[in-house]
Write a protein that binds this ligand. Sequence first.
Ligand code: NIG
Ligand code: FE
Length: 414
Amino acid sequence: MKKASLIVAAEELVTCSPGGVIRRLDAMSDIGLVHNGAVAVIDGVIDAVGEESEILSSYETENLVRAKSAVPALVDAHTHPVFAGSRIKEYEMRANGSSYLDIMNMGGGIAGTVRNTRNASSEELLKLLLERLDRMFKCGTGTIEAKSGYGLSLDEELRELRIIKQASLIHPMDIVPTLLGAHAVPKEYASSLRNRRKYIDIVKNEMIPAAAEEGLAEFVDVFCEEGAFSISETEEIMDAAMAKGLKTRIHSEQFKSSGASLRAAAKGACSCDHLLGLSVEDIRKIRDYDTVCMFLPSSEFFLNVRNYGKMREAIDEGAAVGLATDFNAGSCLSESLPMTMSIAVIQMRIKPEEAILASTVNPACSIGRGDYAGSIERGRQADIICLGCGYRSWLYHFGVNMITDVIKKGKVYV
Ligand code: NIG
Ligand code: FE
């Protein structure tokens, strides 16, 4: 008998196998379900997956965890977790009828969080980040993409990326860092077109090279939207990123249709995110690329936009899709990816199986972690969440944490 450091046994074992390749169309429903399944783990790595009877006759262990269902730890491929301060006033203004764009035009929005974040000490930002990672982890997320973007100067953006790096050395969460210097033009550069140009040059010629040289970012993101950065500015910044060996992802068509998502996909963006304005016509073209169309319905829910975008059509047309929280102070103060998945099922006509693959295999591929995260298979990191209910009841029971154990690299956290 082989000795396993851990065995997880589940009435419904959702393996999401095979991982590491983007799922589309009908493959979005194939979650690799094993009834009465089990996983044997040795030193943080999955050694075998199969039926419980098979695994228990081949492995002995002192550490057996039982669950109603078990699924791969989730992958949240779009978060903004480094910030200080609260935007509760904006949340309350929306209850009185203001929109996100009204508030942004009044000098609130991203600019407000930039002020608060610049004024916070690095110790405070790290503490806040670790608390947020804990909440994500408890909700079942084992790997995230984390953006800077509330510093908007060379030093402040690098400071945020260094804090992300520090957190990744302390916390069990796997974190993939993204430079989002092009989140907004900071007010000190917003007064004229010439100054605006100067800021874009700082992003291209200072932030990107510094982040790449220090190994602080794997991705560069741009907020491509009227009032933020134009399509041609976005393309310029993407080129600068790729020239330094960084990959790209963008915020596009959050409020309006612009064609930006398709343009970014053609340039090699790993994901295009938000996409309320993404048209069916563009979906039929974007499906030719491996760019993941990332839908962020918690943000639409939080901003009360009442349009969740065309994820259903994107799946049916064969585009690569994912779901992510967009966790941030202004447009989604929720660390829960299962909540996002429930919104997708309830409001966007997404099947639970599709929501699961859109929160595991596909986002893992989009952040370059398809080789270890997003599926339960031999040789992969043992990142597994255990549920006190069947996998279908999980999202049905919305807004409530049904997770009994989070297993990260073979270690059990309750
Ligand atoms: O993805 N749209 C741009 N950025 C964020 C919002 C950030 C903020 O409001 O602080 C988003 O929704
Ligand atoms: Fe975002």
